[in-house]
Write a protein that binds this ligand. Sequence first.
Ligand SMILES: [Zn+2]
Length: 229
Amino acid sequence: MEPISRRRLLIGGGTAVTLATVAAVNWDDTSRLWWRVPGVDKPRKDGEVDHRGAHWIAASEANLRSADRPADYVIDRVVIHVTQSDFRTAVKVFRDPLHASAAHYVVRASDGRTVQMVRELDVAYHAGNRSYNERSIGIEHEGFVDRPQNFTEAMYLSSARLTADICKRYGIPVDRGHIVGHNEVPGADHTDPGPHWDWKRYIRYVREARDASSGSGSGSSGKASPGKA
Ligand SMILES: [Zn+2]
């Protein structure tokens, strides 16, 4: 993310002028500030992902709200979901403008392939709670809450690397107070991830992934890239 220089907003004797005036004077210097004007999106590159190893498939813009997190909303939660559908269907409905919801990520059961559908700076409608949507990143896992066989080792490991990466980038503690199930969101009427989601194992994997990436000293966000196939 580029730092925003306040000096860009000052002209002549230090007089603050409106963005529109500055833009008229020099579009090149100020175009990157346009997202700060209400109703104007921050520029973003097509296909860019926040997690190394994720593959981009855009959700419908109707299922999210453009934002500039963590500048406008602090990100301090990861919300764990289970899709109650197969992977393909989950991706499809998040692309549907009438679906009214989408998560930032969807992880596939068979191999842990991770698709990012909403940028982390944006607010995805996944938690059924406005304040939790604004403060969290939502991860969907392919499967059904009553089918424990859906929760594969590959999916746990891949998702744990993703959550470890998110926690590291936003300084979120790796614990059950900050990594929560959709069912634990206040007011949520959903039961996912359900009784078969192995929280102990998952948190252990997230801690291991976090420790592995911080121990490498490489500064890379992901230890490995899941689901390259
Ligand atoms: Zn859910």
